[in-house]
Design a binder for this molecule. Structure first.
Ligand code: PLP
Length: 404
C-alpha cells in the first residue's frame, strides 16, 4: 500500500493557504487537453486563466524555448538581447505603441502603467495632477497599488494604509465618468472586458466617451488588456475592435502562452519620462520569455488563429445558449471571442465554484468569474470538434448538478 502523502495533501501543508486548488493534479498537457496523475484526460477550457493561448505543449513554442535555452537564459537590464528587441519590434509593428517595457506579470505591467501616469503628470503639470480613476469590480492585479486600483473591497481588506488618490466609478456609466475625470486626474484605467468582474464588456460608446474625456482633461487612458489581449477576442488587442486608441496598454497572460512575461506598451511622448533608473525589474526582457512570446505573437496574429477565434465564438455562444434553453440554468450567455461566460439561475444560482468541481468529475475544466458566473477561456486554436466535445461535457456537468 502506498503510504506516501499525496501531492495534493502536501500542497496544503507546504503552501500558503491563499489558494484552494482542485483535488486532481495535472501532470501533462497537449493542445486543449490535460491529464492528471491517474492518466485521466480533461478538456481544458481554462487555458490557465486565459494564458495558454496556443494550448499546451505547442511544438513551435517548445522549439523557441529549447532553442533559446541552449543559447542564453538571462542577462539583466544591464544588457540588451536579441529576443527582447525582436519581441519589442513585433509588438510595436502591430499596435499603436512606439515603446515597450517588459516585466513578469499583469500586476507589474499595471503597476508600471500607473507609475508612468503619475510621473508624466508630475513632470508635465505638477504634483496636484495625481488622481487615478478606475471602475468598480475592476481587477488589475495584487500589488498594493494595483489592488487599490482594483474595484473589489475584499482584496484590499487588512492591507492598509493603501495608496491614495484613486477614485472608482460605475463601469459603463458615462455620466459618472464626466463627474470623476477632471484636470487633476492623471489616468483612467479600465479593462475593455471586466474578466474577473464577471466577463462584462465596456460599450464602444463608453470607451469612446472616456477617450474624449481623457483628451479634454489631459488624462492618460490606460487599457488593461492583460486578459483580453493576444488574440483572445478575435483581434490582437481588443481596442482594435472598439474604435479607440489608449495611451498605455498592458498585456500579460496570453503573451507568453504559459511562460511568465508581461509588457506595458506606450508612446514615445510618454516613455521619455521613464528616465534612466526610474523603473525596472530583474527579469524584465528575459531572453527565454521573449523568445517564447515572439513565437506566440507571430502565430496568434494570423488570419488562421484570429478567424478561428471568431468562428469558435459563434459555436460556443450557440452551444451555451442551446444548453441554457434545454436546462433553463442561464440568465445570460455573454463574452467576446473566446472569453465567454454564462450567468447562472434557478437551483444553480451562485454555484459556479461547485460546478467547477463537478466539471472535473465529468472531464472538463472551466473557470468562474464571481460566484454566479461560469467563465470559459479555451486555447485560441481549439478545433470545432474539440469544442463540440467540451460543450457536451459542460452540458453533462450541468445536468448532473441539477440532479443533485
Ligand atoms: N489585469 C487583469 C485584467 C487580469 O485579469 C489580471 C489577472 O487575472 C491581472 C491584471 C493581474 O495579472 P497577474 O496575475 O499576471 O499579475
Amino acid at each position: 500500500m502506498n503510504t506516501q502523502p499525496s501531492v495534493r495533501a502536501l500542497h496544503d501543508h507546504l503552501l500558503t493557504p491563499n489558494y484552494a486548488p482542485a483535488q486532481m493534479i495535472p501532470v501533462r498537457g497537449e493542445g486543449v487537453r490535460v491529464w492528471d496523475q491517474a492518466g485521466r484526460a480533461y478538456w481544458d477550457i481554462t487555458s490557465g486563466i486565459a494564458v495558454t493561448a496556443l494550448g499546451h505543449a505547442h511544438p513551435a513554442m517548445i522549439e523557441a524555448l529549447t532553442k533559446q535555452a541552449h543559447l542564453l537564459w538571462h542577462v539583466s537590464g544591464w544588457f540588451s538581447n536579441e529576443p527582447l528587441v525582436a519581441l519589442a519590434q513585433t509588438l510595436i509593428d502591430n499596435t499603436f505603441a512606439d515603446r515597450a517595457f517588459f516585466c513578469n506579470s499583469g500586476a507589474e505591467a499595471n503597476e508600471a502603467a500607473l507609475k508612468l501616469a503619475r510621473r508624466y503628470a508630475f513632470e508635465k503639470v505638477g504634483e496636484q495632477k495625481n488622481k487615478i480613476v478606475s471602475t468598480f469590480h475592476a481587477f488589475h492585479g495584487r500589488t498594493l497599488f494595483t489592488v487599490t486600483a482594483g474595484g473589489t473591497e475584499k482584496y484590499k481588506h487588512g492591507f492598509g494604509p493603501l495608496p491614495q488618490g484613486i477614485q472608482h466609478v460605475t463601469y459603463n456609466d458615462i455620466a459618472a465618468l464626466e463627474t470623476a475625470i477632471d484636470d487633476n486626474t492623471c489616468a483612467f484605467i479600465i479593462e475593455p472586458i471586466q474578466g474577473e468582474g464577471g466577463v462584462c464588456s465596456a460599450t464602444r460608446e463608453y470607451l469612446q466617451a472616456a477617450r474624449s474625456l481623457c483628451d479634454k482633461h489631459d488624462v492618460l487612458f490606460i487599457l488593461d488588456e492583460v486578459q483580453t489581449g493576444v488574440g483572445r477576442t478575435g483581434s490582437l488587442y481588443n481596442y482594435m475592435q472598439k474604435g479607440i486608441t489608449p495611451d498605455i496598454l498592458t498585456t500579460a497572460k496570453g503573451l507568453g502562452g504559459g511562460f511568465p512575461i508581461a509588457a506595458m506598451l506606450t508612446t514615445n511622448k510618454l516613455a521619455e519620462v521613464l528616465s534612466l533608473g526610474s523603473h525596472g525589474t530583474t527579469y524584465g526582457g528575459n531572453p527565454l520569455a521573449c523568445a517564447v512570446a515572439k513565437t506566440v505573437i507571430d502565430i496568434v496574429n494570423s488570419p488562421e488563429i484570429l478567424e478561428n477565434v471568431k468562428a469558435r465564438h459563434a459555436q460556443f455562444k450557440a452551444g451555451l445558449r442551446a444548453i441554457g434553453d434545454k436546462l433553463g440554468c442561464f440568465t445570460e450567455v455573454r463574452g467576446e471571442g473566446l472569453l465567454m461566460a454564462a450567468e447562472l439561475t434557478g437551483p444553480l444560482k451562485d454555484q459556479a465554484l461547485a460546478l467547477m468541481r463537478k466539471g472535473e468529475e465529468h472531464g472538463v475544466l472551466f473557470l468562474m468569474a464571481g460566484p454566479n458566473v461560469m467563465r470559459f477561456a479555451p486555447a485560441l486554436n481549439i478545433k470545432e470538434d474539440e469544442l463540440t466535445e467540451a460543450l457536451k461535457a459542460i452540458e453533462v456537468t450541468l445536468e448532473a448538478a441539477l440532479k443533485n
